[in-house]
Design a protein around this ligand. Structure first.
Ligand code: NAG
Length: 493
């Protein structure tokens, strides 16, 4: 197994440094994240985030990319826009944990009641920048207090000494920018919004145009009026004269906890952990400042034509819907299956034993999963074959391998030449879990069991294919079943 271990190690270390030239470029406003950073950068953040789970080969992911990057630009400083490549080995368990079933999957993550226990919801809205940005902004919690003439005095009395800020606005709604500012200064500077029609308050502070932001420094000092550009960064700078904003997420630890024990992840982590007033996705990228004014609802800077067409046709979030749905061959003849996979010369094959009810959930899932893996790898990988219940060999396989009834789906890898098979251990057949298993087979991992000789047809000579193609299953006695040679499973790598 030495060899497979080193291959696995090489693959893993490649995955670790593969970010750079990958799907989202280094300068993308989208924060490339791996599973190990998620906890700190997203789950423990005070900010609301959207996370895309994607695979670089997925067509819908490619289509989404420009819209997603535009959403990231318009949310800069307000919410985090991140992406996790579920195709990387290192992220697969994480993507599985997050319940990712297809690509792309978008999840909005916002702080929950308990720190570090965020609320996670799937985003099912339109796949355009505007739809995404609006949905994320909607989820940003509000701690800005709406104040009127009536209760202004009372509000000012609470923590009389502490600094406070008030936005005077002719609107009632509290913008995402102000909500985010309030999160930055939570526990430090209480923030209120007062409508322009509250005359006493307006007069008290001598406000003559709206919006107007004032900082009441506390300690009886005179209020200071903000006269900068009404944008997130400028507002945070202004308020910073009274208090230093909260970090948006915990700093990267020098030493990782057990859970995050693998090294790496640091690079992205550091980038992501900018702890100041803004959540610019990377240090390297000069991301435009948040474009939202405090007053106006944002118009995300969408590229003029790219995404509008998606508006009213939300795309399904399941992999195999693009173009014609990819499928795998379904082999219903005994002989054909023997020729493809079950003879004494055949190498690794993946066989999905399908139930009588071919439209059952598991049957569809296993077929779709294999099809998407096949689509990704093309014919470089082993054959993936669906074996319907109507194939006479199917029931022999079920019986011989003690797989049980005809209504269950089973996934097995077979190797006719070496007379082994390996069973898929799971009972569900999502694309990620199936792909992990297929990868394990590729690496020569997984428990081998002896493939009964009665299931292996003998190909005496090359000319036999014609013969084999006859109706009857061929029963053969194999004189010597090859002894298992665990080391050499890489014939098809
Ligand atoms: C989050 O907000 C709280 C106040 O609500 C603050 O104490 C904390 O420092 C902020 N940052 C993190 C990473 O929790």
């Amino acid at each position: 197994m030495v060899r497979s271990t080193s291959i696995a190690a090489a693959a893993a270390s490649f995955a670790l440094c593969a970010h750079a030239g990958s799907f989202y470029s280094k300068n993308s406003p989208v924060l490339q994240l791996n599973g190990m950073d998620y906890d700190r950068v997203i789950a423990k953040s005070n900010y609301t985030s959207i996370v895309e789970f994607y695979a670089p080969w997925c067509g819908h992911c490619q289509n989404l990319k420009p819209a997603y990057e535009n959403a990231a630009k318009s949310l800069a400083g307000i919410a985090k826009v991140a992406a996790v490549n579920c195709d990387e080995e290192i992220n697969k368990p994480f993507c599985g944990q997050m319940g990712v079933q297809g690509f792309p999957t978008l999840k909005i993550v916002r702080p929950g009641k308990k720190p570090g226990k965020p609320t996670v919801e799937d985003y099912q809205g339109p796949r355009n920048a505007k739809g995404i940005a609006e949905a994320v902004k909607d989820k940003i919690p509000n701690t800005v207090k709406r104040i009127t003439d009536k209760n202004l005095g009372e509000w000012l009395q609470e923590n009389a000494e502490a600094p406070k800020a008030i936005l005077f606005s002719d609107k009632g709604a509290i913008s995402a920018t102000l909500r985010t500012v309030a999160i930055d200064f939570a526990g430090l500077i209480p923030i209120a919004q007062i409508r322009s029609n509250q005359q006493e308050a307006v007069q008290k502070y001598g406000i003559s145009k709206f919006p107007a932001l004032i900082l009441i420094p506390g300690d009886g000092k005179d209020p200071i009026t903000f006269d900068g550009e009404v944008k997130k960064d400028a507002i945070v700078d202004f308020l910073s004269q009274a208090a230093t904003p909260n970090p948006d997420c915990p700093p990267p630890k020098g030493k990782k906890s057990k859970k995050d024990s693998k090294k790496d992840g640091k690079k992205d982590g550091k980038k992501a952990s900018k702890s100041s007033s803004s959540v610019k996705p990377t240090d390297a990228s000069p991301v435009p400042a948040a474009s939202e004014s405090v007053e106006e609802p944002i118009k995300p800077s969408e590229s003029p034509d790219a995404n509008l067409k998606d508006e009213d046709t939300p795309e399904p979030v399941v992999i195999p819907t693009e173009e014609a749905k990819p499928t795998i061959p379904v082999v219903s003849e005994t002989a054909e299956l023997q020729i493809s996979c079950l003879n004494d010369k055949s190498l690794t094959c993946i066989l999905a034993l399908l139930p009588k009810e071919e439209t059952s959930e598991a049957a569809v899932a296993v077929t779709d999963s294999l099809a998407s893996i096949h689509k990704k790898h093309g014919d470089k990988l082993f054959p993936f074959i669906g074996v319907p219940a109507s194939n006479p060999l199917a029931s022999s396989i079920r019986t011989e391998l003690a797989l049980g009834g005809e209504d269950a789906v089973h996934l097995i890898a077979t190797h006719g030449k070496r007379a082994w098979y390996k069973k898929y251990p799971g009972s569900t057949f999502g694309p990620l879990e199936v792909e992990q298993w297929v990868d394990a087979i590729r690496m020569g991992e997984g428990k081998k069991e002896k493939l009964p000789e009665s299931l292996i047809a003998q190909q005496q000579s090359e000319a036999k294919e014609e013969k084999v193609a006859e109706e009857e299953p061929i029963k053969i006695n194999i004189a010597d079943i090859p002894v298992e040679e665990p080391k050499k499973d890489h014939d098809e790598l």
